[in-house]
Ligand binder design. Structure first.
Ligand code: MGP
Length: 221
């Protein structure tokens, strides 16, 4: 990946902490534990993981369940390692990670004027790229990789579908061209999507009222 440092940093931090805890456990009667060992590493934002399971007898919103929210590096890894990998979910399921308090749906106040960068994954990518793409996207979110434009980012969704999986990054205002383009470029860079492979951004309003199978792109990178 073009820039994997944040991912490695988060991983290394976690691994170092485990090492340090083990060392300390080995020492007897050491009552001078450094706060670094005791305090979990806070994230800038609190995030919530959602799970969607397609049950055609129910409304779309009734199939969407909040798994849990977390706001530390350690709790993120605890959750990530506990849940099923995206590639192993049955077709029709989604994971969504959104800022806590935002519902992963078009109707939420902070989504209604927004849109999504959409990456369509060919079927054969489920076994090779899908889990890495999803993890890298999660790390972009919790690591605030979009820097000055992190405020524009609401969350991300992975749709597991037999017709082709989809990864999307949701932003809050599709009129913000500069922010939207910078976020799209950063996402491509972090996922190491080659420049020649173009991805599109659609406003949710267009997706809701689309006539064909896909809404028109407002932007492309
Ligand atoms: P989908 O799950 O985003 O994509 O939307 P899928 O299954 O690949 O289907 P396609 O239409 O993109 O080819 C499937 C359907 O779920 C939509 O047509 C809506 O009926 C419903 N749906 C999806 N989303 C993201 C929302 C949402 O935010 N709000 C509501 N009310 N329904 C939604």
């Amino acid at each position: 990946m073009a820039s994997v440092e944040p991912q490695e940093e988060l991983r290394n931090d976690t691994e170092e902490q485990v090492d340090e805890v083990e060392e300390v456990e080995g020492e007897e009667e050491d009552d001078s534990l450094s706060p670094e060992l005791l305090i979990k590493h806070p994230l800038q934002n609190k995030w919530a993981l959602w799970f969607f399971k397609n049950d055609r007898t129910k409304e779309w919103t009734a199939n969407l369940k909040l798994v849990t929210a977390f706001d530390t590096v350690e709790d993120f890894w605890g959750l990530y390692n506990h849940v099923q990998k995206a590639s192993k979910l049955p077709s029709g399921c989604d994971y969504s990670l959104f800022k806590d308090g935002v519902q992963p749906m078009w109707e939420d106040d902070v989504n209604k004027d927004g849109g999504r960068w959409l990456i369509n994954l060919e079927k054969n990518k489920r076994s090779t790229d899908l889990d890495n793409f999803w993890l890298e996207t999660l790390l972009c979110l919790i690591g605030e990789a979009f820097e000055d434009f992190s405020e524009d980012v609401n969350g991300a969704v992975i749709n597991i579908r037999n017709k082709g999986d989809k990864l999307s990054l949701w932003t809050r205002d599709s009129r913000r061209q500069d922010a939207t383009m910078k976020i799209g470029r950063k996402l491509k860079e972090r996922l190491r999507i080659p420049n020649k492979l173009v991805i599109g951004f659609q406003a949710h309003r267009d997706t809701i009222s689309k006539s064909g199978s896909t809404a028109k792109d407002r932007y492309r990178v």
